[in-house]
Design a protein around this ligand. Structure first.
Ligand code: PXL
Length: 277
């Protein structure tokens, strides 16, 4: 017997495009779909990239990013927002104003996940250096669920991370910057066991996993944030969403399809059953 999947929850993704399909908007939509959540997108930038890295960026004009946000929000209800690549201070402000004008920021039941994307794996800057203050201002005003990796957490706080204690301290500092919750991803640590942290204003919870030795991890950050937004959209609390999203990403890394000659994508479809007619 076929099980019919009734879609009811939706997420608006505000992020950049990765034509090679492993990161950005493409990863977000695959993740949301595989977790049975309806994704909508406002594209902030087109990147020229493949598994070897980003070689160019075309910024979508601000007014057109705002138009994409407005046309979605004026039509279809949303349960969560996922924000990725925001490239400039002007865009960060425009996105804030668009969410505010559409009364999204005052709705307590709509979680906003902000992945503070700064640098692509090959080193290409996805956020201009002079935009970090604007991003901190956004965090202060919006109180998002923030999902930094270690380099991003260091830039946001000006603190250095060398070990797990540093990670915990930096995470608590990011709560002081205004994030409601921090999911601090430990993948950049050179240790055999990798720790990802959940931090709120009263608790630190960690998930440890054996580091998977692979270079097929392109788009794990985007995927983690969109998986979180999917579970939040389904009304899981932030901690349970973290546990579920972590499991989803871990299994996606373990089953990566090994595409491309560089840093390949992960398997966003690992949880989808074969289509049986
Ligand atoms: O993972 C960071 C990221 C976010 N958004 C886009 C990207 C990347 C990394 O390459 O291309 C569009």
């Amino acid at each position: 017997m076929n099980k019919i999947n009734n879609l009811s929850k939706t997420v608006l993704v505000i992020a950049g495009s990765d034509p090679s399909g492993g990161a950005g908007i493409q990863a977000d939509l695959k993740t949301l779909t595989s977790l049975s959540v309806y994704g909508m997108t406002a594209i902030t930038a087109l990147t020229e990239q493949n598994t070897n890295g980003v070689s160019d960026i075309f910024e979508i004009p601000l007014d057109f990013v705002v138009k994409q946000i407005n046309c979605c929000l004026s039509d279809i209800h949303i349960n969560a927002v996922k924000i990725g690549m925001l490239h400039s201070a002007e865009l960060i402000l425009a996105v804030y104003e668009a969410l505010n004008d559409n009364n999204i920021l005052s709705k307590k039941d709509i979680n906003i996940v902000l992945d503070p994307v700064m640098v692509a794996k090959g080193g290409h800057k996805l956020l201009k250096e002079n935009a970090v203050d604007a991003l901190k201002n956004f965090i202060y005003k919006v109180h998002p669920v923030l999902t930094p990796n270690i380099p991003e957490a260091e830039i946001l706080t000006g603190m250095k991370i060398n070990n797990l204690t540093d990670m915990k301290n930096v995470g608590k500092e990011i709560i002081k910057l205004g994030a409601s919750h921090v999911i601090l991803k430990g993948g950049h640590m050179e240790t055999p066991v990798m720790t990802d942290l959940y931090i709120d204003d009263s608790e630190i919870y960690s998930i440890e996993t054996k580091k998977i030795l692979t270079n097929h991890t392109h788009g794990t950050g985007c995927t983690m944030a969109s998986a979180l937004s999917a579970f939040l959209a389904k009304s899981f609390n932030v901690k349970s969403s973290f546990v579920n999203a972590h499991k989803y990403v871990n299994n996606a890394i373990k089953t990566s399809p090994k595409f491309g000659i560089g840093n390949g994508p992960i398997n966003h479809c690992h949880n989808i059953n074969e289509f049986i007619v």
